[in-house]
Structures are given as structure tokens and as C-alpha cells.
Design a binder for this molecule. Structure first.
Ligand SMILES: C[S@@+](CC[C@H](N)C(=O)[O-])C[C@H]1O[C@@H](n2cnc3c(N)ncnc32)[C@H](O)[C@@H]1O
Length: 336
């Protein structure tokens, strides 16, 4: 079947990377069908249950058809395609136009709804059994059946200032969750954050079912992260420790996701920031299982340092936070 991910527009590359990271976590075979603005379509035999993990996807659809984004082609498609709908099931149609405003969305919903109604199905706008969606982007239209809507409000409720222990500089939960997903951590796998701060990454990892290990040089951070994790019912091990020398066994963790200090004014323990990256990336490389991924956030380019530590860089993203801070996010692999 063809599956479409309606991606959020909050970042250009992270939403798709997050979907790919989750599919990799499930070791799923799939083929990319279309990579459009805020719409990513794949061909897959059976969808693994990744929907509840995603932070930067709005909806997941089973694609019924694909056509040019004009009224006649859409009417044609909706009128002829196999709807995969039982006679006693009610439906409604929802449409979304990415960025452009070529067609009137509410007219489009009404027209498509009328066509399906004429095919003998009952409309229920309030509580339908099936929601059909039309997604228009880059001159194309995907018509599909809603499989899953992602509850993105949960991320708002976990924003850093709403947690029991707060300290400035923590990532937003949606970003932290996307990074956890990009690490391709499996449920039950062990994820390490050696610069855990208030525990934002570990909370998101724990909620996906990962076993969490965190370290920070500051005792108050470790105590605070512990309070935050327990609040969300997440277990795991937290330690006061130096990311350059953690007492963990070689090849013992399944993924690393971390947000080390950046900016010249950041508090860190090392001779210099370069020394901190250099030694901690070597330590992360030692502890990570071969074939697995580390996702590291920085402000300066650290690919060369990571590669000197033994990693291969397999993904890059940039996220502008404000005028003087653009985060670089790299996905690293420890070769087998
Ligand atoms: C950018 S903050 C991490 C924020 C974190 N993602 C959160 O959710 O709060 C970086 C953290 O690294 C810690 N740190 C600095 N030097 C360290 C070192 N050598 N080893 C371990 N942690 C260190 C700091 O205490 C700080 O809490």
C-alpha cells in the first residue's frame, strides 16, 4: 500500500528524517514514491506502528489516488477510485493546501463529499467512521484515507518551563522527540544522553519505550533531570559524570542523542569546547554499538571531529533558533 505522511512545516528536513529514522528502527522495507513540500509518500507492505512516536507529522494517510491539483482531475479521481469503504460506514472529506492558495478548500471538500455521497455513502461531518483527505502540494493532489492523526498537543504540555525542574537552554520537546526518532532507537533499546541537562531528550526517549541513561557534570542537573523523568514515570539511570570519561562498557548502548554545551558562554567542563567535543565524541564512539547511530547538536561544524573519532556522518540538518544561534544537527554512524 501507499502511505502518505503529512509533514509539519516547522522545519525543512527534520520531519522527513524523523519518519525515515522510525522506519529504520523497525527495519522496514519500503520505497519512496514522492517527496513533496510537506508531503512524503512511500510504498510499504505493512505499516509498523510508528505513528505515536512522531512529533513532526500531522497525519498519516493510506493513499487511494494521486492526480494533478485541479478541480476536474480531483473530481475524476474521487468519483472512480476504490474508496475501500463499507456501505454502512459514514465519512467526511477534509482538504489541505500546502502554502499555495489555488483552490477554495471548503468548496473542494463539499464537491468531493457530494461525489462520494452520490456513490451511495452517508456523510457525517461530526463523527465520521472514515475521514478522507485531499492534500494539495506542488501542483499535485494526494487523496487518501486518514489512518492516524498525531496528537501534537502533548509536546506543548511538556515544554521546558512546564516541567518540575527548569533550566534555560533545553530543546523543545518536539525537537527532542524528532532527534530521538532520527537516532532510530528501538523500543526497549538503551539510549544515552551524556550531556543530559534537565533531561529533555531522555523524557522523549523514555516515552517511546527506550531505556534511558543520562549523565551531566552538574549535580543539580542530575537531580533535576531525575525529578523530571520520575514525573513522567520514566525510569533509567542518571549519573553525575563527565561525558569525556563515562564508566560505561564498550559497545553497550543502542543510540546516543545529545545536546552538548555550545556558545562561548556555556558552562562546560573541559579545556575548551573543541576539547570537549573531541573527547566526548571519542567516548560516545567507544560506548555505542557498531552499526548504530548518534545524533549530536552543536553550533560549530563538528563533522571533522566526529570523523576523527571514528564516525561516518550520514545526515545533516540546520535549525535557526534566533539571530545568533543556528543549531547544527548531525546523524553519525559507528561502522560495523
Ligand atoms: C545544552 S545543555 C543540555 C540541555 C539538555 N538537552 C536539556 O534538555 O536540558 C548542556 C549540558 O552539558 C553539561 N556539561 C557540560 N560539560 C560537561 C561534561 N564535560 N560532561 C557532562 N556534562 C557536561 C552542562 O552541565 C549542561 O547541563
Amino acid at each position: 500500500m501507499k502511505v502518505a505522511f503529512e509533514l509539519s512545516g516547522e522545519h525543512e528536513t527534520l520531519p522527513k528524517a524523523e519518519v525515515l529514522g522510525c522506519l529504520e528502527a523497525f527495519d522496514t522495507c519500503f520505497k519512496e514514491v514522492a517527496d513533496l513540500d510537506m508531503l512524503f509518500i512511500i510504498e510499504i507492505e505493512e505499516m509498523p506502528s510508528i505513528a505515536s512516536r512522531l512529533a513532526m507529522t500531522h497525519n498519516i494517510l493510506e493513499v487511494l489516488g494521486f492526480c494533478p491539483a485541479d478541480t476536474d482531475s480531483i473530481a475524476d479521481l474521487v468519483g472512480t477510485v476504490d474508496l475501500n469503504l463499507k456501505k454502512d460506514e459514514t465519512f467526511c472529506v477534509r482538504a489541505r493546501q500546502v502554502k499555495e492558495h489555488v483552490l477554495n478548500i471548503s468548496d473542494l471538500e463539499k464537491q468531493a463529499g457530494a461525489i462520494i455521497y452520490k456513490r451511495g455513502y452517508r456523510v457525517d461531518l461530526k463523527n465520521p467512521d472514515v475521514v478522507f483527505r485531499l492534500v494539495l502540494t506542488q501542483g499535485k493532489c494526494a487523496f487518501g484515507k486518514l489512518m492516524y492523526s498525531v496528537d501534537r498537543t502533548q509536546y506543548e504540555s511538556r515544554r521546558p518551563h512546564r516541567r518540575l525542574f527548569f533550566h534555560p537552554g533545553a530543546l523543545l520537546p518536539r525537537v527532542a522527540r524528532a532527534l530521538v526518532n532520527i537516532s532510530s532507537i528501538c523500543e526497549g533499546g538503551t539510549l544515552l544522553d551524556p550531556f543530559c541537562g534537565t533531561g529533555g531528550i531522555l523524557i522523549e526517549a523514555g516515552l517511546t519505550g527506550a531505556r534511558c541513561i543520562g549523565a551531566d557534570v552538574q549535580r543539580k542537573m542530575v537531580l533535576g533531570a531525575n525529578t523530571n523523568l520520575r514525573h513522567y514515570g520514566i525510569g533509567g539511570e542518571l549519573m553525575i559524570g563527565d561525558a569525556r570519561n563515562l564508566g560505561l562498557a564498550d559497545n553497550s548502548v543502542d543510540a546516543v542523542v545529545t545536546d552538548p554545551p555550545y556558545g562561548r558562554s556555556a558552562l562546560f567542563r573541559a579545556r575548551s569546547l573543541e576539547d570537549l567535543y573531541d573527547c566526548s565524541l571519542k567516548e560516545i564512539h567507544r560506548i555505542l554499538r557498531p552499526g548504530n547511530k548518534a545524533v549530536v547538536v552543536s553550533q560549530i561544524p563538528i563533522e571533522k571531529i566526529a570523523e576523527d573519532a571514528g564516525f561516518t556522518t550520514i545526515g545533516h540538518h540546520r535549525q535557526r533558533v534566533h539571530k545568533s544561534l543556528t543549531r547544527r544537527i548531525i546523524r553519525l554512524e559507528k561502522m560495523r
